[in-house]
Design a protein around this ligand. Structure first.
Ligand code: AMP
Ligand code: MG
Length: 318
């Protein structure tokens, strides 16, 4: 069966699909999510099968309102309360002690649960309509670039999802910042557009344990072409070297840079935030265009640039 596409004003029908144990892809401000009833082990199991996601890679549970935290978290310490008040709705995920009602398939077998309130009116209306917390990883096949449009979702999961809610292109474009909020200080487990500075971590804060954030172990965001990251000063040489080797070369570079002869411009960006918003689309566009190598200009690792460079390194790995 192929997926049905609903307009955002049809969220009530999509909510009923979620409440009935179905899979609904929906827009958030970060990327499109593949949602299911977070409290139903059967429904969440369908997410893992549809994505081909390893069972030990836990999901983020999405709420319509911070007031629902008690449904999925066993305890809400004062740090979590403060971060939720400051950043929700928004692209910040809090890792907390899990409520016993959350099935272990949702938490990847951990005793903790990751939770956030998305800053997207369609997402929150959908979760409200469903009446249940909604577990939702990015709506791509495991290992592929995350989807930032409904068309990306259909390309990866068109046969596996019951409904796709089309809310247009996602604003932020990279996944949420994940922090462990169980202690006295936030511990960043995954970089996102909520920066360490915004979390009040002036010296960068404590290093997150890789083991504590299972998803960071896996290969991610990989298109079928090679991805090479180059500093602005090396960009021209890197492009030329691949062209001389006979490759078709795509380029994602700052609008300040000239496009070297022979390179195919895939996307241009003004700053790191704009690169974040178009990066995953550019990875998919590059493979659709049939280039062999996509050269991407590096950005400074400040603010959202940290998250962008983290995703780029993963896309380039392997
Ligand atoms: P995705 O929804 O695909 O962006 O993946 C969610 C990511 O959030 C996972 O891959 C983990 O890295 C992180 N995460 C989710 N739940 C937990 C948890 N209970 N503890 C630590 N990290 C988590
Ligand atoms: Mg993902």
């Amino acid at each position: 069966m192929s997926a049905q596409i609903l307009l955002p004003d049809a969220v009530d029908r999509a909510g009923a699909v979620l409440a009935g144990g179905g899979l609904v892809a929906f827009p958030t401000e970060t990327v499109y999510g593949l949602g299911a009833d977070a409290l139903s082990g059967d429904a969440v199991g369908r997410i893992f099968r549809a994505k081909g996601r390893p069972a030990d890679n836990p999901l983020i549970v999405h709420l319509a309102d911070a007031g629902d935290l008690g449904r999925v978290a066993g305890a809400v310490p004062s740090l979590a309360r403060r971060l939720a008040a400051e950043h929700w709705p928004g692209p910040l995920t809090l890792v907390l002690e899990a409520h016993p009602d959350v099935p272990s398939v949702t938490t990847g077998g951990l005793r903790t649960v990751a939770v956030r309130v998305p800053d997207h009116p369609v997402a929150r209306a959908l979760i409200t309509a469903a009446g249940v917390p909604v577990a939702a990883p990015s709506a791509n096949r495991s290992g592929r670039p995350s989807p930032t449009t409904a068309a990306h979702v259909l390309a990866d999961l068109g046969d596996a999802v019951d409904v796709v809610v089309d809310g247009g292109a996602c604003r932020v474009g990279v996944e949420s910042t994940v922090v462990d909020a169980r202690g006295g200080t936030p511990v960043v487990l995954r970089e996102g557009s909520v920066t360490r500075e915004m979390l009040g971590l002036r010296d960068g804060g404590p290093a997150g344990e890789l083991e504590a954030s299972p998803g960071t172990r896996y290969r991610h965001y990989a298109p079928t072409c090679d991805v090479v990251v180059a500093d602005a000063t090396a960009l021209h040489d890197v492009v030329t070297r691949h062209l001389r080797a006979g490759a078709r070369v795509g380029l994602v570079a700052s609008t300040r840079r000239p496009v070297p002869d022979g390179a195919e411009s895939v996307a241009r960006f003004g700053d790191a935030a704009e690169l974040a918003s178009l990066l995953y689309r550019a990875l998919r566009d590059a493979e659709d265009a049939g280039v062999d190598v996509l050269v991407v200009e590096a950005v400074d690792e400040t603010d959202v640039g940290r998250a962008v460079m983290d995703r780029l390194r993963r896309a380039a790995a392997g």
